[in-house]
Design a protein around this ligand. Structure first.
Ligand code: 5GP
Ligand code: MN
Length: 336
């Protein structure tokens, strides 16, 4: 039995908004991962099955590795198709914001959404959501936004609009954000949700392989190099650090998504409880942190890198040089 974890009044508010909406835009955070892509495309498919004119507009391109989720090749990346993205947001009479908690996280698209008078619905599982949403469904203990989308549809009584394509999208998000039901997945009800998704005929093994275990040769070589040559261990701090510079990334033909999951790897070493990956991008430095146990990397990323996330998985940006970012990192180590 899957219980109703979302407030009944919120669900009724949402029902009224969706029933009254003709044009719906669904968006997610920058550098979308499997949960962001799965939840937006899954919800979009369901809303279309209900006769709504729904569109997914993302702040930037999704990694090619996730193209398989976008069966109809319909995602509009705002960074590439600004006119189309702006048109869709302006036309929308309802906007869903999935898998992120603050409009700042969606770059330029955030400003366009702020200008819109359409009500904004948040469905998310990150800590400390903004106040700028008209309907807020934010549950930090949920495994994934995809789980929450399923729960929302269940409470609305709209699961008949789910089909195998929508169910596949939702499964991709659940498997991504729990690392194939490893962490954030101790709620027995999650397995009941997965059981329901299986009943829609999803190809579970194939989805796992595509979402979690498919890498280009370049990406595997880059990860091998990073672990062999670039991983630093600070055993007295239980910490591991990997830094990849632009030159190194370019040498391996880096494409968006190629280092996905790398930051988790050092946590496999007994005694390592804090792993950090610093990646030099063209316009900024991306910092990803993972922890095991009590260390709250959400607090660290918020304080030092203007970011956030979850207690054991968070990220942020640094706008200085790699060396300046490293100075900050060693300052953090001193506090541990
Ligand atoms: P990752 O390290 O894989 O990029 O992100 C880990 C988690 O932290 C994800 O849940 C992601 O949404 C969140 N996160 C990553 N970067 C940022 C950021 O810059 N700001 C905020 N608020 N959350 C982030
Ligand atoms: Mn997520």
């Amino acid at each position: 039995m899957i219980s109703s974890t979302i407030d009944g009044k919120v669900i009724e508010q949402l029902r009224t908004l969706v029933e009254g909406a003709k044009h719906i835009v669904i968006t997610c955070h920058v550098s979308p991962d499997g949960d962001a892509v799965g939840s937006t495309l899954g919800l979009c498919r369901v809303l279309r099955n209900m006769g709504k004119d729904a569109h997914v507009v993302m702040p930037d391109r999704m990694p090619r590795a996730l193209d398989f989720v976008d069966v109809q090749h319909e995602v509009v990346p705002y960074s590439k198709y600004k006119l189309r993205g702006r048109f869709l947001v302006r036309e929308a009479d309802l906007i869903f914001c999935l898998d992120f908690n603050v409009l700042r996280r969606i770059d330029e698209l955030g400003a366009i959404i702020e200008e819109s008078r359409a009500p904004r619905v948040l469905i998310d599982h990150h800590l400390e959501p903004d106040d700028c949403f008209d309907v807020k469904i934010s549950q930090e203990h949920a495994s994934s936004t995809c789980e929450l989308v399923y729960r929302v549809l269940m409470q609305l009584g709209w699961t008949q609009a789910i089909d195998s394509q929508a169910a596949s999208c939702l499964y991709v998000g659940i498997t991504t954000d729990t690392s194939n039901l490893t962490y954030s997945s101790n709620d027995p009800e999650l397995y009941e949700i997965v059981a329901q998704l299986l009943r829609y005929g999803i190809a579970k093994e194939q989805l796992y392989n595509l979402a979690m275990n498919t890498y280009s040769a370049d990406s595997l070589r880059l990860q091998g190099y990073a672990l062999d040559q670039k991983m630093q261990l600070y055993p007295d701090k239980h910490a591991a650090l990997i830094v990849l510079t632009l030159d190194e990334l370019e040498h391996y033909g880096y494409k968006k998504g190629d280092t996905e999951g790398l930051v988790n790897k050092p946590l496999a070493i007994p005694g390592i409880a804090f792993s950090t990956f610093i990646r030099e991008d063209k316009d900024k430095i991306k910092v990803s942190c993972r922890s095991q146990g009590d260390l709250d990397v959400n607090v660290i990323c918020k304080r030092y890198f203007g970011g956030g996330g979850h207690k054991n998985a968070a990220g942020g940006d640094s706008h200085g040089t790699v060396d300046e970012t490293l100075d900050t990192y060693f300052k953090i180590l001193e506090t541990l």
